[in-house]
Design a protein around this ligand. Structure first.
Ligand code: TXA
Ligand code: MG
Length: 330
């Protein structure tokens, strides 16, 4: 139900950025674009604001949040960086990489935001609007994707509005995002470990580390009591429609999420067709993924048939999100 708050929607300009920083300081909830997906920001040091954020999203409180900061220097104040963590921060920040680090005793990020874990997730986003808001606000901002819990992540301000209007204070409208899948999450413990594939491909991270990323235990995301990256619960990205992966043909009544220049048999009779990238480009496909899933979901087709996507570069993150979308309603 869309009740309660009057949600302001402002296009980006000086006044809008100042309003965003002021509302954050007052404990408000502000949605803004990052290069990966739109985020829903709250003051990371304000437990009341964070409680409101969990409530607005309908998000289980055991699912911790990423603290967004303006630069590495600000990151150093809230997390304990070892040498590999520093190397990764220097190579990829600002950008779509989140580091999970030991949380120092005097960390300003509220325990509610880290769900009581002794680690903290930190990211320095690259999007100009996100950076301007972080600089104006001057402290860490927790920002999950700005969707209702369980929905597909928002890549436009309109997606945010359709999920959260009436539940949050402000939406900063900054156009469609560039990357389209969430940040890669790397846990920097004894050895760096891939907690979530995302906007920085695995091989680029491994090149900087000089070794292969460790893989968390396969069943980590089914253990809801103490998951490794708890937001990786299977149902996290579920559309309402059934999602059928690695489709080689389109069946009657299905919508098609295509990839590449060659359409599969049956596509002429599809309820709807959207092509993630007709030229088979994985970067373009990532940017289109969540928007196209939302659009096909709205067709209420029998199912969404998804063509195979190569498991290389950004394909790993795309396939991860698609797998979760397919599992969500089973
Ligand atoms: O690209 C992104 O990362 C976007 C934009 C808005 O920055 N944010 C995002 O946040 O995807 P969210 O809340 O939708 O996903 C955060 C993920 C969750 O899977 C959560 O469990 C994990 O990060 N996470 C946060 N803190 C963690 C921690 N201390 N240890 C392990 N996983 C953590
Ligand atoms: Mg999310």
């Amino acid at each position: 139900m869309k009740v309660g708050l009057k949600t302001q929607i402002l296009p980006v300009d000086e006044a809008a950025l100042a309003a965003a920083a002021r509302m954050l300081a007052e404990g408000g909830l502000v949605a803004f674009p990052t290069e990966t997906v739109y985020g829903l920001g709250a003051d990371a040091t304000n437990p009341a604001a964070i409680a409101r954020l969990y409530q607005a999203k309908g998000r289980p409180a055991f699912n911790p949040l990423i603290a967004h900061v303006y630069d590495l220097e600000a990151g150093l104040r809230i997390g304990r960086f070892d040498a590999p963590a520093l190397a990764l921060a220097e190579a990829f920040w600002p950008g779509p990489l989140t580091l999970v680090l030991p949380k120092p005793g005097d960390c300003a990020v509220a325990d509610l935001a880290t769900a009581g874990l002794d680690t903290v997730a930190i990211r320095v986003p690259a999007h100009k609007v996100a950076r301007q808001i972080l600089r104006a606000f001057g402290g860490p901002v927790v920002a999950p994707s700005a969707n209702l819990s369980g929905h597909v992540s928002p890549t436009t301000a309109a997606h945010v509005q359709s999920d959260l209007e009436g539940l949050i204070d402000l939406i900063i409208e900054g156009g469609p995002v560039e990357v389209g899948v969430e940040s890669t999450i790397v846990g920097c413990f004894e050895e760096a470990m891939l907690l979530r594939p995302g906007g920085v491909p695995r091989d680029e991270i491994e090149r900087v580390l000089g070794y292969k990323l460790k893989q968390p235990a396969l069943d980590a995301d089914h253990d809801t009591s103490q998951p490794l990256a708890p937001g990786m619960l299977a149902s996290h990205y579920a559309p309402r429609s059934r999602v059928r992966l690695r489709a080689e043909t389109v069946e009657a009544g299905e919508a098609l999420l295509a990839f590449g220049p060659k359409m599969p048999p049956g596509s002429d009779g599809a309820a709807a067709v959207m092509n993630l990238s007709a030229r088979g480009d994985l970067t373009e496909a990532a940017a289109n993924l969540f928007g196209y899933l939302r659009a096909l979901d709205a067709k209420a087709a029998r199912a969404i048939a998804v063509m195979p996507i190569p498991q290389e570069g950004l394909g790993e993150a795309i396939n991860d999100r698609l797998r979760r979308a397919a599992m969500g309603r089973e």
